[in-house]
Design a protein around this ligand. Sequence first.
Ligand code: BGC
Ligand code: CA
Length: 430
Amino acid sequence: MKKALALLLSAALALSLVACGSNSSSTASSAASGTSSAATTTGDVANKDKPLVWFNRQPSNSSTGELDMNALNFNENTYYVGFDANQGAELQGTMIRDYIEANIDTIDRNGDGIIGYVLAIGDIGHNDSIARTRGVRRALGTAVEKDGVIDSTPVGTNADGSATAVQDGSLEINGKTYVIRELASQEMKNSAGATWDAATAGNAIGTWASSFGEEIDIVASNNDGMGMSMFNAWSKANEVPTFGYDANADAVAAIAEGYGGTISQHADVQAYLTLRVLRNALDGVDIDTGIGTADDAGNVLSDDVYYYNADERSYYALNVAVTSENYEDFMDSTKVYEPVSAQLDETAHPTKTVWLDIYNAADNFLSATYQPLLQNYDDLLNLKVEYIGGDGQTEANITNRLSNPSQYDAFAINMVKTDNAASYTALLSQ
Ligand code: BGC
Ligand code: CA
């Protein structure tokens, strides 16, 4: 019995050594000659059958939010990795309401009994952005329902409270009733078409402040990129609490200087999952390996940081509020998550190549937080990742740089627009 096991083990070792050897030599020769690596261990897998992970932008209809199940079921090794947008949105709304309640004595800057806020919207066709707009409006009582769901339409300016996409809310604090008003909201899209645009948000707060600055008591933003731009342009100097989302390092640090708070979407867990599902598919092991079930190096996630929805083929990380009470624990936003920080053994998990794109190289969250995390995990998981940075405007800017999918073992895709999955899957199906 023992002997048979030993034999089996040594056979497995020999096999994986062979696999490893052929893989590294083909990588070297393809790099030298610049030709495709027909000799990689997965060289005979058709592109359409290679592992594929969508991340950060979930394939879905940008007007209805309906998931694009064709894209999510592209092949049996296709997944989405993101975070729970509704849970995070509720946390963001509650964080802002709690702040108002705790600071009611000082928050109403002009003393008119109205707590006014402005809201920076990232992308009106992005699930996460829509959820955050709804979360803030729900918590502050300014939400209006339309067709059974909260309207997430930007109002433009609403200093007089007459907009129809929102209503004036009210909060009773210490026996006194305050009106809550969304004074303005706008999609922060620049003239070239890039969404979640920080510079646009910085300009917008300037415009808003010059016409009704005294009425702005709170600044809310769908993300920290736009939030920090508004904070630096106006709210820091005017001591107006500003709330964002993502827990980017600069935003977390700014909490010490009056930034109101942010939400961590557990990018450290998402970046790991993004590459881990590819690693597992390439290893041909159970997809839960190193996720819900410890792997051979001891990596495992507990269910308080993520969950998997099998029907949606989607992994969702859970969010955490980051405020003046706990921000010191979140200062290093690019640190790998300790429970999944063990190096995989190169013999058992030989190096594979992955093509990965970031939809907009200028996106604060993706470039400052997510990509550095991916770069930490790729080494731990023995993945050689080619990172492509898009312009945030057109899919073609990215797909043009996927001219030879046969060179890669797996793909990780971050789309410009959530409707556009077919622009990528078409290339893999050729
Ligand atoms: C992030 C934003 C980012 C967007 C890009 C969101 O999940 O919170 O900061 O701009 O993804 O798709
Ligand atoms: Ca006021």
